[in-house]
Ligand binder design. Sequence first.
Ligand code: BG6
Length: 488
Amino acid sequence: MTHQFDLVIFGGTGDLSLRKLIPAMFRANYQGSLGDDARIIVCTRKADEAENMQSIISDALQRFVEPEELTQSRIDNFLSLIFPQLLDLVNLENGWGEFSAQFSGREDISRIFYLAVAPSIYGQVCENLSQQNLVTPNARIVVEKPIGYDLMSAEKINETMAKYFQEEQIYRIDHYLGKETVQNLLALRFSNFLFENIWDSKSIDHIQISICEQVGLEGRAGFYDGAGAMRDMVQNHLLQLLCLIAMESPNKLEPEDVRVEKIKVLKALKPILPDQMNKCVVRGQYVSGQVNDEKVAGYLDELGDFESKTETFVAIKTFIENWRWAGVPFYLRTGKRLKRRSAEIIVEFKSVTHDIYAPLGQKLKPNRLVIQLQPEEKIQMILMAKAIGSDETNLKPIKLNLDFISQENAHKSSAYQRLLLDAIAGNPTLFIHRDEVKAAWRWVDPIIENWKESNRSPELYNAGSWGPSRADDLFEDRSQYWIDIYAE
Ligand code: BG6
């Protein structure tokens, strides 16, 4: 499908834009998803950047797009869609007249304003857009997670945006929802009879959701130290994955129906009360260590502030209080500078009810569904089977693979590409509604509040490890542990 649109990137020469948005649009363009009349208006408040925009964009493509995707004709074609705009976002005197003039005669075309800027100026930007009469019925804004710092600040931001845009025009992005495997998770759950009847506490022992990273601060100290892993990853990416894995089937695949089911999960999350904090939550911060045989500094050294208590690791045990999930533990974990980059959801099923192999000395492994998001995107079902060529009592786990990426390699896509095209097409299914933001903060806030009140420092872990050892103690049962899918 090709689309006609104006995409405006505020903060167009910033890290998010150059690293993610520009490469995503470049790919969408050479794959034929953009209309002939599409424009990408890249805003900056620096005159030299506006003058040199074409070379800034070319450099970004060289750095962030795979070399085999870059041909001169693709680059030239993409550069013809780029329109630089010098603009002071908060000062209406500065560039806004010229900026608005660019849209005259294009009122009926979809208009997407991507706010790749600090949330503190969302309000001012929205007000300016409104004053310049740029908020047409076809206009949408896209904003990044995390929305706010806690429930109150999130509501303030949402209220401000709501003064100028209808909720249907506000697209809150969580790039995890644009990942191919995450979308496949819904397809897997809701289109296979096989899973329909075993997706509950009767059949599932526990679920693990991990997003482990090897990177550290990546030059984002200012943002990260004010946020920490809880606000940066748990409040959004991890809770969104939890919603998709745990929600009831929507009765239709309409955005509103999906959202209602996700919100029900967030509201059913068991609150973690102060007296359960020790048993259910581990908060860590990395010290120096080795990642991939390379020495790396500790968080405080990287930050240059030795007082910071910001967490770079969180592990949580939680429950969903409804009929489907009563008693099933959900283990969530995320951290920076961990041993391996790996993001996955693991659904571990219960053991067989009567084990006829036990008397023969065979130890059965439980069935697992492994949904891997990173570094590869694939889904595996792990079953027990007879080892080929041996006698019938010799069993071993085998992996049934659904390996999307190797099959679809010819058509590279990224989460941002998918989500940007959805925003352009006006499809909000994979975006976050205001009520989801609210419900997520309601569950997260008391945990952060408790950390603040107790004033305790995070538990330290060596860079290159799997986080504080106490994260292993969250498991209720000795048969449960953080599963390393590469080591199994
Ligand atoms: C971002 C976080 O939302 O997600 C980063 O702000 C994190 O801290 C990143 O590194 C991880 O995304 P991905 O897709 O690389 O796993």
